[in-house]
Design a protein around this ligand. Structure first.
Ligand code: TYM
Length: 344
């Protein structure tokens, strides 16, 4: 197997209501990885339109996600920040992958089942094919490492299956075209830390989500200090005090979630949180959690507002990132065309 240059790729959908789960499960980790890898962070607007998006909102939401990346500390000069639709090779490679992936594989995707719900016949074809586009996002840059939250694990496994099948199906052509065998790397998911699955503040059995009808279920990156404090105060808990040991959180999903959020924000372990707050009342812990949350998020929210007030700057960042991404994507796509047997 060829040794691939290490490259981080990840994406966030511009579908509004960017929340604490997106921050802790993804964006905060994107920031950390910058010192160790070449990174590409993409606002996946092609993915967003798999469900209806109002065109005016979509533009704003693309800028909001970009602002969140920059405000959180992603360096768009050293790394690449761009929006997906700017680089047509994503969609082009996705088509090739649509022909590599099997119906059976996509049929197993739980996220499609959840999002399509009971009315499957009425879901867009794009929503079904979505994971093949995700594989193309990563592999058009021959990305090797993909930081995501836990909910994307199955999609990442599918990306690996697609890469593997492409390598196998075209093995002879890959060699004949001068590439050592194995054209695509099998991308590795990076799903680590105490907040890979942040749950709803109203229901510990559901993940925190942009589409939850209740705004109280999530902390938005646009919330101000009062909103954050109110949402944490109202977060559902159980009547028991916090345990002193992590295993005491078993079966107490709401408590476990709040402790995980604290741990991720403070960059400590869940046990360290319990060493400090175990045995105490939730009210004390919630006050500390609200303070911590405000402390960490307020500077990011403030910077996001400042950036969003100047959309032309954001658009320039995306244009420059798109150009640099395009150079890399064209290189891969040309090789893919040769391998598949297209004439160019
Ligand atoms: P999206 O836009 O739904 O979410 C963006 C990132 O946030 C993570 N996340 C969470 N993490 C912890 N707790 C939560 N409650 C929570 N909710 C969301 C997601 O796991 C994700 O990492 N399909 C992807 C976007 C995508 C992508 C890619 C990712 C498109 N192409 C290529 C990686 C590589 C998505 O819909 O993420």
């Amino acid at each position: 197997m060829t040794a691939f240059a290490q490259r981080v790729f990840s994406g966030v959908q511009p579908t509004g209501n960017l929340h604490l789960g997106n921050y802790l499960g993804a964006i905060q980790r994107f920031v950390e990885l910058q010192s160790r890898y070449d990174c590409m962070y993409c606002v996946v607007d092609l993915h967003a339109i798999t469900v209806w998006q109002d065109p005016v909102d979509l533009k704003n939401n693309i800028r909001e996600v970009t602002a969140a990346f920059l405000a959180a500390g992603i360096d768009a000069g050293r790394h690449i920040v761009f929006n997906q639709s700017r680089v047509p090779e994503h969609a082009e490679l996705a088509w090739v992958f649509n022909c590599v992936a099997r119906m059976g594989w996509l049929n197993r995707m739980t996220q499609f089942k959840e999002k399509a719900g009971k009315d499957r016949e009425n879901a867009s074809v794009g929503l079904f094919a979505y994971p093949a586009l995700m594989a193309a996002d990563i592999l058009v840059y021959r990305g090797t490492h993909v930081p995501v939250g836990d909910d994307q694990k199955q999609h990442l496994e599918l990306s690996r299956d697609i890469a593997q099948k492409f390598n196998n199906d075209f093995a002879a052509s890959i060699t004949a075209n001068g590439h050592a065998d194995g054209f695509f790397p099998l991308p590795e998911p990076l799903i680590t830390g105490p907040a890979t699955r942040v749950m709803s503040l109203r229901d510990g059995s559901r993940k925190m989500s942009k589409s939850d009808a209740s705004d109280l279920s999530r902390i938005n990156l646009s919330d101000d200090a009062d909103q954050i404090a109110t949402k944490i105060r109202k977060a559902r808990t159980d009547p028991e005090p916090l345990p002193g040991e992590v295993k005491g959180l078993e079966g107490r999903r709401e408590a476990e979630n709040l402790v995980g959020i604290y741990a991720a924000l403070a960059a400590v372990s869940a046990q360290q949180v319990l060493d400090e707050y175990g045995g105490g009342q939730f009210s004390t812990f919630k006050t500390a959690l609200a303070d911590l949350c405000i402390d960490k998020l307020a500077p990011i929210t403030g910077e996001m507002r400042r950036l969003q007030a100047d959309p032309s700057h954001i658009d320039k960042v995306l244009a420059s990132g798109g150009e640099r991404a395009g150079v890399l994507a064209r290189e891969t796509m040309n090789a893919v065309k040769d391998i598949v047997g297209f004439i160019r």
